[in-house]
Ligand binder design. Structure first.
Ligand code: PLZ
Length: 444
């Protein structure tokens, strides 16, 4: 167990991390990035301890994965127990109970009380691909509509679905076909202002799908209910619900990519619940298994069961150790009311960010829900010119002071806050104080 406090005993990164980093550079592909080149030795709750003994407050959760905290006791106990029993059979070869139990949990927890089925995969990208396969199979149609600023993964099909070129797509084409992109209802940057955003974006969406794709050719519309990597963009209120309703009218499968938003992060089990949206398919991953690799597609039984037997699968999908971890993580989310915790702490976080925004004009927008919030930085608050330089400097200043933050955004000008949902009030407060000092430092 790592004590829940921040402590710096060397520079960040320290000498041991620097030595490991030299080894990394010689051994690991340069294509794999490193947000902060410290090397983690142990982690508990909301604190990471590196190999030099520095203890950092974690505002990243391994990109929204360790929502139940690092080394959550229920996750650890279930994993330990499962690993001693057996580690693999391949669910398509011989079955085991934890896979079924995870699917039961998913069917119960995802929005809507209709009859559902689930299938398990290894990564968010793989699950997104499978959701598209299911939608195409069930509808007999080919086209998929995705949004500006979308992020859905790095495999070939999901690169095509992801909007941003650098670093995700540049040089890696050609990409999969039959993907069509439409504008997102992005209130802060909507040309005619936030009030018009939902209705104008919806009209543009309908018009573009109608004229450029054709409703009858469209298998699915794929959307993140709060966009993640693209900049924590909360679609203008009403937009997602209208898109979902319109899909239903036209027999188009509405897929919610809840890989980043799911499992209590936004203050609901799933972000779609906020506007009572009932997706036909929900894609989950990340926080589902407290850090072990697991992802899923959950949806209407008639869609999920449409595919021929043997049409979905993979060697490792729904690995028993990952499923055991998921059952532990879900148990913790229920037992510790992590939706409630995300709401309570989200209110605290928003108040602090709003007060910083009032003081520092570099903060152009504060947005998000629960413990999925962010600030968008601009060099000119009127022109809203993205400021990726200050963003990078701010992120680096946080890191130097023992706070692990992450940036995101199509323009690289967003700092996002993704602490474990079990973070204490005190650590959240301390992390935000570190963040505000860093903000003062880089804007001085
Ligand atoms: N859908 C909404 O956020 C993963 C990507 C990090 P995988 N986001 C973090 C990076 O730079 O690779 C993500 C997501 C949404 C799908 C995915 C893909 O999930 O588990 O990374 O494949």
């Amino acid at each position: 167990m790592v004590a829940q406090h921040r402590e710096l005993v060397s520079a960040i990164p320290g000498p041991r991390s620097a030595t490991l980093h030299e080894r990394r550079v010689r051994a690991v592909s340069a294509g794999v990035g490193a947000g902060l080149p410290i090397y983690v030795d142990e982690a508990s709750g909301a604190i990471l301890r590196d190999v030099d003994g520095n203890q950092l407050i974690d505002f990243a959760s391994g990109i929204a994965v360790t929502s139940v905290g690092h080394s959550d006791p229920r996750v650890v106990a279930r994993v330990r127990e499962q690993v001693e029993r057996f580690t693999h059979t391949c669910f398509m070869v011989t079955s085991y109970e934890p896979y079924v139990a995870v699917c039961e949990q998913l069917n119960e927890l995802t929005p809507g009380s209709h009859d559902k089925r689930s299938a398990l995969f290894n990564s968010g990208a793989e699950a997104v691909e499978n959701a598209v396969k299911i939608a195409r199979y069930a509808t007999g149609r080919g086209a998929v509509v995705a949004f500006d600023h979308a992020y859905h993964g790095r495999t070939n099909l999901t690169m095509a679905l992801t909007a941003k070129s650098m670093p995700y797509k540049s040089g890696f084409g050609p990409f999969a076909g039959e993907i069509y992109r439409v504008p997102m209802a992005y209130p802060y940057r909507w040309p005619t202002g936030p009030e018009q955003c939902a209705s104008e974006a919806f009209e543009t969406f309908v018009d573009m799908v109608h004229t450029q794709v054709g409703e009858l050719n469209t298998a699915a519309v794929l959307l993140e209910p709060i966009q993640g990597e693209g900049g924590f963009i909360e679609p203008a209120p009403g937009f997602v619900a209208r898109v979902a309703d319109w899909c239903r009218e036209h027999g188009i499968v509405f897929i919610a990519d809840e890989v980043q938003t799911g499992f209590c992060r936004t203050g609901d089990w799933f972000a779609s619940e906020h506007e009572n949206v009932l997706p036909d398919l929900v894609v989950t991953g990340k926080a589902i298994a407290g850090g072990l690799p697991l992802a899923a597609v959950t949806g209407r039984a008639e869609l999920m069961d449409a595919v021929h037997t043997g049409g979905l699968g993979g060697t490792y999908g729904g690995n028993p150790v990952a499923c055991a971890a998921a059952l532990g993580a879900i148990e913790t989310m229920r037992a510790e009311d992590l939706t409630g915790r995300a709401r309570t702490l989200g209110t605290v976080l928003r108040a602090r960010l709003d007060s910083m925004a009032a003081k520092y004009p570099v903060i152009g927008d504060v947005r998000g829900r629960g413990l999925m919030q962010a600030v968008e930085l601009v060099s000119d608050p009127v022109a809203k010119t993205p400021d990726p330089v200050t963003t990078a400097a701010l992120n680096a200043a946080c890191h130097r002071n023992g706070l692990l933050t992450l940036t995101c955004g199509t323009f690289g000008n967003v700092v996002r806050f993704l602490p474990p949902l079990v973070i204490s009030d005190e650590l959240l407060d301390e992390g935000l104080t570190v963040f505000e000092s860093a903000l003062a430092e880089v804007t001085a």
